[in-house]
Design a protein around this ligand. Sequence first.
Ligand SMILES: [Zn+2]
Ligand SMILES: [Zn+2]
Length: 466
Amino acid sequence: MEYSKTFKQKSFSCSLSESIDINLKQHLLREDGQEDLTFALWIPSEGKNRYTAIIKEVIIPENGDRNVHGNVSYNYEYLLRVCRIALKKGCGVALLHSHPISSGWQGMSEDDESTEMKTFVNAFSTTSLPFVGMTLGNDGYWSSRIWYYGKNETIAYKWSESVKVVGKNLKPFFNDRVLPAIKPNGQTIRTVNVWGEDNNDDITRLKIGIIGLGSVGSVVCEMLARMGISKFVLIDFDTVEEHNLDRLCGAFKTDIGKRKIDVIKRNIEKSSTSNDLKIEKIDKHIADEAAYRLSLDCDVLFSCVDKPWGRYILNHIAYAHLIPVIDGGISIEFDNNKNLNFADWTVHTATPGRPCLHCLNAYHSSDVELEKQGLLEDTSYIQGLPDNHHLKNRENISPFSFNLASMEVLHFMALLTNLVEPEYYGEQKYRFKHGFLSRNYEIKCADHCDFANNIGIGDSIFKLFI
Ligand SMILES: [Zn+2]
Ligand SMILES: [Zn+2]
């Protein structure tokens, strides 16, 4: 069977948005202390090495759909109704239930196992998709597994490595047996003192993708390596050129002509404080399917690209695949006498609950089309633009990009730790000319925004975007 091969090769994870998480907890964590259950629909998000089920829609039981008494059970008609909806919408079926007297990652009781096995057989026969079982502990801790036909049509399941709740904050729940915590060491004592062991356990187990390894991306990598991040994915198709050396962290004259992914990998290895460093890399544009799928293995992405097409794709990934994207850009303008008019740099986190990169004007849709046609690499086209055109001003200096990189990593900390007020981490802009940081946390996505209206759609419209 196709899925036995998939789950032999790939790890498994689940994601859900903050709003679905709130909805589920209201239903499953009952005041009377009884177990409860609900069905939900899920959509695949398939990375190179990880298969993620995104919980897309909850179908709360109606009167008569389940019996709440000790071990909760559902009525067959409820399952049939959910299977029909799942088939119509092209989704898989998930069954979620609560364990009101235990906390942390939950195992399965014999009852759980036999219920889920029977549910899988019914769900698969209708949807031809695997079935997802999830359990909620009384402390709000999620756990999950996926059921499929293994070798010789035997029924098999695989535990997930994590369940992630994604919104203004990213809250991962890890399965310690599949993805054990990475112990802090003597090099990271001061770091762990700042954010605490619990945050350290979460942050060092995440896989972080950096797309674009120019001045900002190279500094982000340097900081993450020293902070103990252990799993990196590097995506960039460029080589080091002489004019990069004024601001490319970890690159030297002898690196001219080498691929940026190799130079930055070497630098991460030198700077890393992790006991268990793993770096994957690919020299492709994010629009290439191999790079796109590798990015879907990540838990957080840094958008350090300097062109619009990459931002557009990453914006899609942030909402459709529930992988937060931290993006920044530097904007510089000169007057006719080549004097600096202004230099501003902006940082924002694209994630459900915050405005997307399109609504923030982090890129222009018309420029995406120009880039696809190759015009942004066409020097005669760029030369023909007016002097103050935003596509023409590519000047930069290391303090600008190092400062922006630091602001991006602060957004990463805001996303993952409870150390800051997340409300204040909307768009931030540093204005060099006037020496102050402005912030705007009131922008929202437009009502008709395609990204905000397609949260958690996973792979369902992949072809439209590439
Ligand atoms: Zn149970
Ligand atoms: Zn938007």
